[in-house]
Ligand binder design. Structure first.
Ligand code: ATP
Ligand code: MG
Length: 368
């Protein structure tokens, strides 16, 4: 069992030029045996949060508990080696002058394990990450992905209850990242270790996580399942960060039941099913995903005329920019076999039923 409770966690740094609230009032519950990702742009406080969980930093405020056992508070921090955690660092730093076996066995040597059982555990850890047989190779004789897996094996060999991973795939090429992504997920399911994973890559977070904490400016903007943060973003920062989105200003025209109608251009209104918080006439911002808009070359009843102003072919999808007569341009994603030319007229239909509506000018939660 290793669930983590993080409550009111805060950490500021003072440097010559300024004070930075690196982590501000972070609350996260990590369930035992789950995969939780801290996701956000550079500098949003991901590594600092992970280092606080690992016990390398003392919080200014707040607490970290594992299964009810206090590990960190401003007054006392259980040191990293006594927390039952492994950590894969952002630069994964394996020792270049040690071979694979020596890199992986290191943590067991520190724990003074007899060499026969240490050897067995290293073999098991290397098998878990598909590196069996490469024990005597040096890092310079390994691919980037293999070096990455050495770093993983090194943290797995000590049999942690919790594994903390800081952007572990960031140095790999796109294809390898994708494969390692699947391997990591399988590894988590097979070992039952609780993973806390840091990335700034939203696709990686969506693919891997049970829960995602989207962070910005030191604060958790939203904590939810991949579906929740993608389909029901809590604010415009989350909507924007979780993939491509059209964030367009609009005005509430009608309210009925929980929903209503929002005008996003003189010739385009959209039906929205969750407008409880807004009154007719209110100015809002509507987040519409590019895949929620359909294009047709011929007129469609209820559709709105637009002109294709740009086109990007991406292989598995086609991306179009459709500009309305009033000047509003919307980004649209379609099946790649649908082919329209730049300058061509088309009709667009917006399926905004499930889109998100935010109060105009309401930003994300900011550091105090
Ligand atoms: N030791 C430190 N001293 C001063 N400021 C720091 C220190 N560590 C981090 N910071 C600042 O705290 C903020 C959060 O840093 P952190 O390393 O947690 O970000 P991050 O989300 O991991 O970013 P990245 O994606 O670039 O790794 C940044 O503004 C950073 O400059
Ligand atoms: Mg970082």
């Amino acid at each position: 069992m290793a669930g983590i409770s993080i409550r009111g966690l805060s950490k500021s740094f003072s440097s010559r030029d300024s004070d930075v609230a690196a982590v501000a009032d972070v609350d996260i519950e990590v369930k035992d045996n789950s995969f939780v990702t801290l996701l956000g742009p550079s500098g949003c406080g991901k590594t600092t949060t992970l280092r606080l969980i690992a016990g390398y930093i003392t919080p200014d405020r707040g607490t970290i508990e594992i299964d009810g056992r206090p590990l960190s508070s401003p007054g006392s921090v259980v040191p990293p080696e006594r927390r039952g955690m492994g950590m894969v660092f952002q630069n994964y730093a394996i020792w270049p002058h040690k071979n694979v076996f020596e890199n992986v066995v290191f943590g067991l040597k520190i724990r003074k394990l007899p060499s026969a059982s240490a050897r067995r555990k290293v073999e098991e850890a290397l098998a878990l990450v598909n590196l069996s047989g490469l024990e005597t190779r040096y890092p310079s004789e390994l691919s980037g992905g293999q070096q990455q897996r050495v770093a993983l094996a090194r943290s797995l060999v000590v049999e942690p209850d919790i594994l903390l991973l800081d952007e572990p795939l960031s140095n790999l090429d796109a294809k390898l990242r994708e494969r390692m992504r699947l391997e990591l997920k399988e590894l988590q399911l097979r070992t039952g270790i609780t993973f806390v994973y840091v990335t700034h890559d939203q696709a990686e977070a969506l693919a891997l996580s049970d829960q995602i904490a989207v962070m910005n400016l030191g604060r958790v903007q939203q904590y939810g399942t991949p579906f929740e943060v993608y389909a029901h973003p809590a604010n415009r920062m989350v909507a924007d960060f979780m993939g491509l989105v059209n964030l367009v200003p609009g005005k509430v025209r009608e309210r009925s039941g929980a929903g209503g109608v929002v005008e996003i251009a003189p010739e385009l209104t959209v039906k929205v099913d969750a407008l409880d918080a807004f009154a007719p006439g209110e100015t809002v911002e509507v987040a519409i995903r590019p895949e929620s808009i359909r294009l047709a070359a011929s007129p469609v009843p209820g559709g709105t005329w637009a002109t294709i102003s740009n086109h990007v072919f991406l292989g598995n999808i086609s991306e179009y920019f459709a500009t309305l007569a009033s000047g509003l341009t919307l980004r649209v994603q379609t099946h790649p076999l649908q082919q329209l030319k730049v300058g061509e007229a088309c009709t667009i239909e917006v399926d905004a039923t499930h889109c998100s509506v935010f109060r105009a000018g309401a930003g994300e939660a900011k550091a105090a």
